[in-house]
Ligand binder design. Structure first.
Ligand code: DAT
Ligand code: MG
Length: 139
């Protein structure tokens, strides 16, 4: 689908470390388009919707707390196979094993915190992308 869209978040660690431009640069350099972008301080109810699949997991509450700890940047990016393509750019969830060359592999490491801090979120399926875009860009 040429106009496939995905929801990308630059998490509080990425914003506080000044990596917003680096993340956007990697999205654009790969050839995807930026369709929408906003900076926000996410509140608990928004994050509970966004992370509903993780309710009950040990890292759920630390994850919500971490995502409320500072501003985040929400981005809608588009292009053929962008969902899969951005997941590839982001790298594995655990930044210690994320491949060098990926956002997480190059820019993050395990800090020993209860939740992994790994710079970015990217939707994992067309269904997740549609749901998550609606949460962050309701208009
Ligand atoms: P991803 O962000 O790669 O899609 P996920 O959806 O499984 O990973 O988890 C959401 C976030 O929660 C992830 O980016 C970091 C954190 N996380 C996931 N699994 C974890 C674990 N086992 N321990 C600590 N934090 C974890
Ligand atoms: Mg996920």
């Amino acid at each position: 689908m040429q106009n496939e869209q995905t929801l990308i978040l630059v998490k509080p660690d990425g914003v506080s470390r000044g990596l917003v431009g680096e993340v956007i640069s990697r999205i654009e350099s790969k050839g995807y388009a930026i369709d929408a972008l906003r900076m926000l301080n996410a509140d608990r109810s928004l994050l509970e919707q966004h992370y509903e699949e993780h309710v009950g997991k040990v890292f759920y509450e630390p994850l919500v707390e971490f995502m409320m700890s500072g501003p985040i940047v929400a981005i809608v990016a588009s292009g053929n196979r962008v969902i899969e393509g951005f997941r590839s750019l982001a790298g594995a969830t655990d930044p210690t094993v994320a491949a060098p060359g990926t956002i997480r592999g190059d820019l993050a490491r395990d800090q020993g915190t209860k939740v992994v801090q790994n710079i970015v979120h990217g939707s994992d399926s067309p269904e997740s992308a549609a749901r998550e875009i609606q949460i962050f860009f309701p208009q």
